[in-house]
Design a protein around this ligand. Structure first.
Ligand SMILES: [Zn+2]
Length: 218
């Protein structure tokens, strides 16, 4: 117990410092109590992102889309639609590499370029960057902060990208849904028809658990 208190005090100055750092905007990395955050990585994709947007609209739920820069560049209209419907657009690097395994010059590009692309499309810079594959180290996170973004880890993995079957995705997510959980799903890169098919039942199941929805990185 005492050990834990001492530890807390040691951490305190860093927490204060992080909040006072002007270059990084203060954003929620966690959803509000009593809610979960739906997050979609690897898009945008003209087919699946639009199907997901239609479902979110039907349920009047806002989500956070962690976009890959090269996909945003390719499908700017989809980026505009996500933004116009009130969702949060954040960064997921330029080409989805492991940020821990690339050169310093590449790291700078992977972090800086998507922000400029997204700014060029919607006139707002992303406030967070979720590092691909959950791979980061203190240098990677420092570089993300130097570019004015909050580094964000992977959310609760729905494993929807394995396309294990719609019922499996639903069961796994609903079994594990709880207050303040960030749920990770995917709208891009590969076929995401199972994610789209699972989403309405996931939303309804989360509501049945008495939980609401809020966004992160907005
Ligand atoms: Zn990803």
């Amino acid at each position: 117990m005492i050990k834990r208190i001492v530890y807390l005090f040691l951490l305190l100055p860093f927490a204060v410092y992080a909040e006072n750092n002007n270059s990084v905007p203060y954003v929620n990395k966690l959803p509000q109590p009593g809610t979960v955050a739906l997050t979609f990585d690897d898009g945008p994709n003209p087919v699946y992102t639009r199907q997901i947007l239609a479902i979110l609209k039907k349920y009047n739920i806002k989500a956070t889309f962690f976009e890959v820069g090269e996909n945003a560049k390719r499908f700017p209209d989809v980026v505009r639609e996500i933004h116009a419907q009130g969702h949060v657009i954040a960064s997921h690097s330029m080409t989805h590499p492991m940020l821990t395994k690339i050169s310093e010059a590449q790291l700078q590009t992977e972090v800086a370029e998507p922000s400029q692309i997204i700014y060029g499309i919607i006139g707002e810079k992303p406030k967070c960057l979720r590092y691909p594959f959950g791979a980061s180290n203190s240098h990677v996170r420092d570089v993300i902060r130097e570019h004015g973004m909050m580094p964000v880890p992977m959310g609760f993995n729905s494993f929807d990208y394995d396309r294990p079957g719609v019922q499996k995705i639903i069961g796994w997510v609903l079994k594990n849904a709880y207050s303040r959980q960030v749920i990770l799903m995917h709208d891009g890169y590969d076929k995401r028809e199972q994610t789209v098919a699972a989403l309405p039942t996931i939303i309804e199941g989360i509501k049945k658990k008495g939980l609401g929805f809020s966004t992160i990185c907005g």
